[in-house]
Design a protein around this ligand. Structure first.
Ligand code: GRF
Length: 208
């Protein structure tokens, strides 16, 4: 059984997609043991509560220094002894000590086809604004392992989504979520839970 802790900052639609997939049996051998938000008003926390999932808020703002927050944050994660940590729209930088400790056991969903529109400053709507400004015709989403860089870890799954005439960043963001993020994030968790993902020479390999 894969014990998963999900980290969130906002609405939690990706968290919801994971919860729904576990409940529907399309993610197998998995239970969500906890949800952590850095933002106490995140609707994601309500979603966890509604499904009886343990949840808590730990905000960097409540600590005197980033180091003090990082220590407490890692301690909170460790308490739930996760096999996998899922960043589902989590906007806080992951402490290097946590990346080291949970090497290839932290995954992130990014709303573009990496290496396009990723790295520092590319988050949320900014990704979609940049894609529309460049005039690309295909966008998408990526699930990847988290390493020390920003969006640089081994890529597990990607899915393409077409840009349509007249798209606004908001419309495009919604389509990328519906057609890509909510599908590949649960799928990646299911693959990991069933031992089908390994990392070799810095690249994720899927065995089917
Ligand atoms: C998603 O677009 C995700 O890719 C990201 O932030 C958004 C989170 O949405 N980086 P939600 O909280 O899962 O609804």
């Amino acid at each position: 059984m894969l014990d998963v802790v999900v980290l969130v900052s906002g609405g939690g639609t990706n968290l919801q997609a994971i919860i729904d997939a576990v409940e529907a049996g399309s993610i197998t051998n998995t239970r969500i043991t906890g949800v952590i938000s850095n933002n106490k008003n995140a609707y994601a926390l309500e979603r966890a509560k509604k499904h009886g999932i343990a949840n808590r808020c730990i905000s960097p703002k409540k600590f005197a220094s980033r180091e003090a927050f990082n220590d407490k944050f890692i301690e909170a994660i460790d308490e739930w002894k996760p096999d996998l940590i899922v960043l589902a729209g989590f906007l806080v930088v992951i402490p290097p000590a946590m990346i080291e400790k949970y090497r290839n056991r932290i995954i992130n969903i990014h709303p573009s086809l990496i290496p396009s529109f990723c790295g520092t400053g590319f988050y949320g709507l900014k990704v979609h604004e940049a894609a529309l400004a460049r005039g690309v015709k295909v966008v998408g989403a990526t699930v990847h392992f988290v390493d020390e860089g920003t969006d640089t870890g081994p890529i597990i799954l990607q899915k393409a989504v077409e840009v349509e005439q007249g798209d606004t960043p908001e419309v495009l963001q919604k389509r990328v979520m519906e057609q890509a993020e909510w599908k590949i994030l649960p799928h990646a968790i299911d693959l990991i839970a069933n031992g089908k993902v390994s990392v070799c020479d810095g690249k994720a390999v899927i065995s089917l």
